[in-house]
Each structure stands twice: as structure tokens, then as C-alpha cells.
Design a protein. Structure first.
Length: 712
């Protein structure tokens, strides 16, 4: 360690402090949570570390046991180890690292630590960084400094949480119903969530949090972790017999997937960790970090028309042009041609991997449609699925060895498709060059990048060793290479809907598709919890047709549009069959979205904790609290009616707000407005709106109203 560097580092930013003890084998976090005083003297900080050190209990090891960022077995830690691996014969399975260097940047927000175990032949580099928002990030790199191979099974990062973190929140789900919240007490043992799908998965833990019992959107301290990785992964919360509580995450490495030769290294994905006083505060740190990134989209998010649910595989130029005309008239700014434009792709059984415009369907190429779309003032986008392959394709017939497989068998099919192994240089080059050719031939501004199956039995030829890690990195590399070659190109991460929503893929993409289900009732929950991690402007949200493709429900246009309004707005509906009245109402919603787009996509997300069943209230508040938008949403019948008062949060208590109902007409078929409802506008102090509130309207199920608040 540098001679001038103290044995303690205090990182402070965005209302958060991270106190790191560097006097042991590896960095140990003594405090991660609410900000400590900035003038905390080194001696006082050292006393804090000393007085929070646990005592030695009976029938335990004779030294205090506290976890490091990469907990080691040799210290007496009997929880999940940070590093799992060995050399031939089982050697070096329990390394004992020692810190040899540490560097704290001048802003005291980034700490880099180097450690070694000379005997085991291993070097470990750790980074702990605190973003301006108070979001904590940490990562590790392990290097084999020995003379023979090191077989790495896992390198995970672990963060301590306090005793009061007694309840766990993470997510379940499946296709069409992603990000379903689930809670449980944190009992003794491990709450372990594993993703073995080769992609993030609709059932991913997503953001695993531990917090004070009953924590909600507004209050209750909560600590959460998310692994920024789109392949296999683990998230966990653990409570030990000795009272220690930790949360952590790691890439899930398949057997033999990571063998480090002499001099070779493995780098973990970033672990993102967010503390908050309430879930809204936790989400705000993540949102601010995302918006601070250089790669975050800056221009207004174009209103998108995607043609999938309008035409499916039936690509008829006349119909597609008519759809473009109707979309442009409604205010759409981007037009996306979905699946079916290439190779032999007339259904989902053939053509994947042949990224060449089909001469049968498009005898004159895509030019006639592209020119028509651009002539209407819209950008043109295209659906692709570069990581997949059909057995019935030219590329599979020519190169069957490019299909990911283990042994002499093909994996079980899913959606009649397999995975093309982008870890093979020639396969990667083939896919890249075909996509480049299409992007060079047409002015394409946007790729809807799909990924429609799990990676099962995902081996790589000729060895058959697991290939998920390399496939994930290759997908990132391909996205990055295309965006570098075609400046301004935007990419959407779609994966059977919302099965690849994570901060790893969002380093290379500009939008995620939250779910293939655009039934607005289902989307209310999907949106609420998708934005626990990502910002609304990154979340694709489309106005569906009246008859849901996935659930078969029917909904009014105002409920469909009022639900999609809150994300990156799009339309997925055959507008050529819409009535004049529907088109007029749709245009009004699109215009309203554009009017408030800057607020929707830069404001702070606020979600009210339910005070009654089946009434949800959520919104966004401008960073300077000069204005706000809220939705009052009825998702079903209530046990009592009326629902009571709505108390809005996030406002400036000392300013007065003009509150107006701005729901475009005809709006909901209201069962009843209370007296004084702000349809024509009412002015109230922020303090009154927060502490007293306003009476909720009597809404039928699947209805909503929008409220705009302007400070004056």
C-alpha cells in the first residue's frame, strides 16, 4: 500500500458514504449507507471501524470475522466465498491475499486496490467507485501469476448490510409477465437467485434488495445490488449464524468455462449497488447514474410505430405504406419494420442467420418502403436477431459447426431456432458483414435487436466447452462495432420481450423492450418495477390495439395510451383499421406526450405506496420541482368507495401548484368526480398536496386520469 495512503478510505457523494477498511487482507466495507460527516477525522473514522468490529463469540474462531469485498475462507468466514477455484490436484483453492497497493482519486470517490497471494500465484485488482448520485459500483479482476492453469468457478463481490435489513425484495416472472415483485424475510441461510438461461431472463432477480421490514416507495432504508451482465448470473442475500448479513452477485460460470492460463485474467462485470431511504430514493440514484453516462441518449426519444402486431409476417408494400401514412399523421417519428423481411423468413421456422433482403417479398428491395417512410419525415428502423439461427437457413446448411452445441447433439429447439456461435471468429464476421451490408444499403437509424431463446447446452466447437461467457461478450462487441461504424445508429434490446433488461446491455443500447405483453393492465405493474432499475426514457412502451395480442382482453384507447405515455412512447396497432375518432384521440395523446416529453424523460420518478386496493398513483417531478405529472390509475374494483385522498410526493412544500386534469378527451367514463376536483384547475401549496392531499375520483376498473402540476 502507498506509504502516504491511510488504512481507511471514506468515499462520499450524493448523500451516501462508503467507509472502507484497508488494514486487513482485502478491503472491508464498514459502512455503506447514509452520508457520514465530511469532516470525519481519520482517528474518529478508525475508532468507528474499531467499535463496529464484532466481538468474538463462543465456539467461533479466535479473531473477529468480518467479510471483505471478496470474502476468504481462511479468515474464518463460513458464508459464501468470493473466490472459488483451484489448480490441478485441488491446489490453491483457499487463497490468502494481502493488499500491496491502494489509490484514492483526488475527488475521493474512486478507490483502486491491488492484492496478491504469491504462494497461490494469484493477483486481485479491485475497484470501488461512488457516482455523483451516490450509486456504488465495484468490480474485480483476477490474474493468474502462476505457472500452470487456474480453474475459476466464481469470482463474486459481497457487500455488508446492517442488522435491520431483514426483508428481501427481488423479482420473478415469465414471458409476457416480467418483473413480478416478491418479498420474503431474510432468515438464516442463503437467498440465492440463479439465472442459467444464457441471457438475463424474464424471471431474473433484476435488482435484489434487502431492507427494513415493510420498506416502501417513500420510506424504509434499503440496499440493493444488480449485476450488469446479460449472460448467466447469481444474486444472493445471506444471513449467517453469527449475525452477518450480506448481499452480492457474480457471473455464473459453467463448468470449465473459465480456465486462466499463466498471465491470463478474468474481469467481473460491474456490480451496481444502490442505497436509499425508500425504493424511490434507491431508484433515483440508479436513474441519475444512467443519465450521467456519455452514451445515454440525449435527443428527444422518437415516438415509434412498430409494425409487428399490425402485419406480423405479412409484408405487403401497399399495406405497410398505408400504415406509415396513418402513423405519421398521428405524430410518429420512427417506423420499424419487424420480422419477415429477409431470406426465407415467411414464418418463424426458417431464415434466421440469412440477413439478406428477400427478393421474393421485396423484389425492389426495401428502398420503396424506406423512401416512403423518410418522405413522411420519419426515421426507418429494422428488426434483426443476429445471435440466432434456423436449421432451415443457408448459413446453417453451409456451416452447421457454427451452431452452439455440446458433444454430437444439437440443443433442444426453442421457437424452431438455435444459437449461432459468435465466439467463433468466422461466424461473428459473417453476421457482422451481412448486417453492415444492409446498413450500408439503406439509411437505417435503428435496429430492434431481438434474442428469442435461452442458451441451453450452449457449447462451442470443436471442444464442446461452455460458450455463454464468450457469446455474451461477442454480442456486446458486435453492437459496439456497428454503432462505431454507423454513428447515430440506435439499438433496442429486445429478448422475447423483456428478457434482456440489464445495465450490461444498456452500455451498448438505447432502449429496452419491457415485455411482449402490451396489455395496459399488465403493463402497469411491468412499468412500475422496470423503472426500479432503469429510467422511463429507456423503457419501450407501446399503445396497443384494443384487443390484446397476448391476454385477449379489450381496453379503451385512453387506458392503453395513458399507460404507454410514461415510457419511450410507441404504437403497435394496425392503424389502417382505426376509426377517425380513434385516430384523433391517438394524435392527441401523442401530442401531449411530446409536449411533456422533457419532463417525462428527465424528471424524478415518484410512486405512491398504495393506501387502498387497486388504486395506483405514480408520476414524475421536475428536477427543480417546478412542475410534475401524476397518473391516478384504477386497476380493479375496491373494497370501499370512494378511495380517499391522494397525497402527492416530491413537491416543493413552499411553492403553490396549479393542478389540472389534462387527460385528452374523451377520457375515462368516470363514475364520479368529487367536489373540487381539479378538472378546471385548483391552486394548492405543495405542503398541502403532500400532507393533506386531494380526494381521488371514482374510477371504473382500467381507467386513469392525468394530473399536471405547475408551480407559480
Amino acid at each position: 500500500m502507498n506509504a502516504s495512503f491511510p488504512g481507511l478510505a471514506h468515499l462520499r457523494s450524493g448523500g451516501v458514504s462508503v467507509l472502507v477498511d484497508l488494514t486487513a487482507d482485502l478491503p472491508r466495507i464498514t459502512h455503506w449507507g447514509a452520508e457520514l460527516p465530511g469532516d470525519l477525522a481519520p482517528a474518529e473514522a478508525a475508532e468507528l471501524v474499531r467499535t463496529t468490529e464484532p466481538p468474538v463469540a463462543q465456539n467461533n474462531v479466535d479473531l473477529p470475522v468480518t467479510p471483505s469485498l471478496v470474502p476468504g475462507h481462511w479468515t474464518g468466514w463460513t458464508g459464501r466465498p468470493g473466490l472459488v477455484g483451484h489448480r490441478t490436484g485441488g491446489r490453491d483453492w483457499s487463497p490468502r491475499f494481502a493488499i500491496i497497493g491502494a489509490r484514492l482519486d483526488p475527488d475521493k470517490t474512486t478507490l483502486e486496490v491491488d492484492a496478491r497471494d504469491e504462494s497461490a500465484g494469484l493477483a486481485l485488482a479491485l475497484t470501488v467507485a461512488l457516482a455523483p448520485s451516490g450509486l456504488l459500483r465495484t468490480a474485480a479482476r483476477l490474474t493468474n501469476t502462476g505457472t500452470d492453469d487456474y480453474f475459476l468457478d466464481e469470482l463474486g463481490l459481497t457487500l455488508p448490510v446492517p442488522d435491520r435489513a431483514a426483508e428481501v425484495l427481488d423479482f420473478a416472472g415469465h414471458w409476457g409477465n416480467e418483473r413480478v415483485p416478491q418479498r420474503a424475510p431474510l432468515g438464516v441461510g442463503v437467498h440465492l437467485r440463479e439465472g442459467r438461461k444464457g441471457r438475463t431472463g424474464p424471471d431474473a432477480a433484476y435488482l435484489l434488495s434487502a431492507g427494513e421490514p415493510g420498506f416502501g416507495f417513500a420510506t424504509g432504508q434499503v440496499w440493493g445490488v444488480h449485476l450488469g451482465w446479460s449472460g448467466n448470473h447469481r444474486h444472493w442475500a445471506e444471513r449467517l449464524f453469527n449475525g452477518h448479513r450480506t448481499i452480492g452477485a457474480a457471473e455464473l460460470l459453467l463448468p470449465g468455462e473459465m480456465v486462466l492460463g499463466p498471465g491470463e485474467s478474468y474481469a467481473t462485470p460491474w456490480l451496481y449497488a444502490s442505497y436509499g431511504d425508500g425504493l424511490d430514493d434507491q431508484a433515483a440514484r440508479l436513474h441519475a447514474f444512467l443519465r450521467e453516462r456519455a452514451e445515454h441518449p440525449r435527443r428527444p426519444r422518437p415516438v415509434t410505430i412498430n409494425v409487428w402486431e399490425a402485419v406480423y409476417f405479412d409484408h405487403d408494400l401497399t399495406k405497410l405504406r398505408a400504415l406509415a401514412d396513418a402513423a405519421a399523421a398521428a405524430g410518429a417519428e420512427r417506423y420499424v419494420l419487424d420480422d419477415g423481411w429477409f431470406g426465407a423468413r415467411r414464418d418463424d421456422r426458417a431464415g434466421l442467420g440469412d440477413w439478406v433482403v428477400s427478393p421474393d417479398v421485396w423484389p425492389d428491395g426495401l428502398g420503396p418502403l424506406v423512401d416512403h417512410v423518410r418522405g413522411l419525415g420519419m426515421e426507418f428502423g429494422l428488426w434483426v436477431e443476429p445471435e440466432m439461427i434456423n436449421a432451415d437457413s443457408d448459413v446453417a446448411r453451409a456451416h452447421p459447426e457454427w451452431i452452439m452445441a455440446t458433444g454430437d447433439r444439437l440443443p433442444v429447439e426453442s421457437r424452431h431456432q438455435q444459437v449461432i456461435n459468435l465466439g467463433i471468429d468466422q461466424a461473428y464476421a459473417h453476421v457482422r458483414d451481412q448486417l453492415v451490408a444492409v446498413l450500408e444499403a439503406y439509411p437505417i437509424a435503428y435496429l430492434k435487436w431481438d434474442h428469442n431463446r435461452d442458451l441451453i447446452d450452449a457449447g462451442t466447437a470443436p471442444s464442446g466447452r461452455p460458450g455463454v461467457h464468450e457469446q455474451t461478450l461477442a454480442a456486446y462487441r458486435l453492437m459496439a462495432e456497428l454503432k462505431d461504424r454507423f454513428p447515430g445508429l440506435e439499438i433496442e434490446s429486445c429478448s422475447s420481450g423483456g428478457a434482456r433488461v440489464d445495465l450490461g446491455v444498456l452500455a451498448h443500447t438505447d432502449r429496452v423492450w419491457a415485455s411482449d405483453c402490451i396489455d395496459p393492465l399488465e403493463r402497469q405493474q411491468i412499468h412500475r418495477w422496470t423503472t426500479q432499475l432503469i429510467t422511463p426514457e429507456l423503457m419501450g412502451a407501446h399503445i396497443a390495439s384494443g384487443h390484446s395480442h397476448t391476454t385477449r382482453r379489450r381496453h379503451t384507447l385512453h387506458f392503453r395510451a395513458g399507460t404507454a405515455f410514461w415510457g419511450h412512447l410507441g404504437i403497435e396497432w394496425d392503424l389502417t383499421g382505426a376509426t377517425d375518432g380513434e385516430l384523433a384521440e391517438l394524435s392527441a395523446w401523442v401530442a401531449l406526450h411530446k409536449e411533456h416529453r422533457a419532463l417525462l424523460h428527465r424528471g424524478r420518478v415518484v410512486r405512491l405506496d398504495p393506501h387502498t386496493d387497486n388504486l395506483d398513483v405514480h408520476g414524475v417531478v421536475a428536477p427543480d420541482r417546478s412542475e410534475a405529472l401524476f397518473a391516478v390509475v384504477s386497476t380493479g374494483s375496491r373494497a370501499t368507495e370512494p378511495a380517499g385522498r391522494i397525497r402527492l410526493r416530491g413537491l416543493d412544500p413552499d411553492r403553490r401548484y396549479l393542478v389540472r386534469d389534462i387527460t385528452p378527451p374523451p377520457g375515462p367514463d368516470l363514475a364520479g368526480y368529487p367536489a373540487g376536483w381539479p378538472g378546471a384547475g385548483v391552486t394548492l401549496a405543495g405542503a398541502a398536496l403532500t400532507s393533506v392531499g386531494i380526494a381521488a375520483p371514482v374510477l371504473h376498473p382500467d381507467q386513469l386520469v392525468l394530473l399536471h402540476l405547475a408551480a407559480h
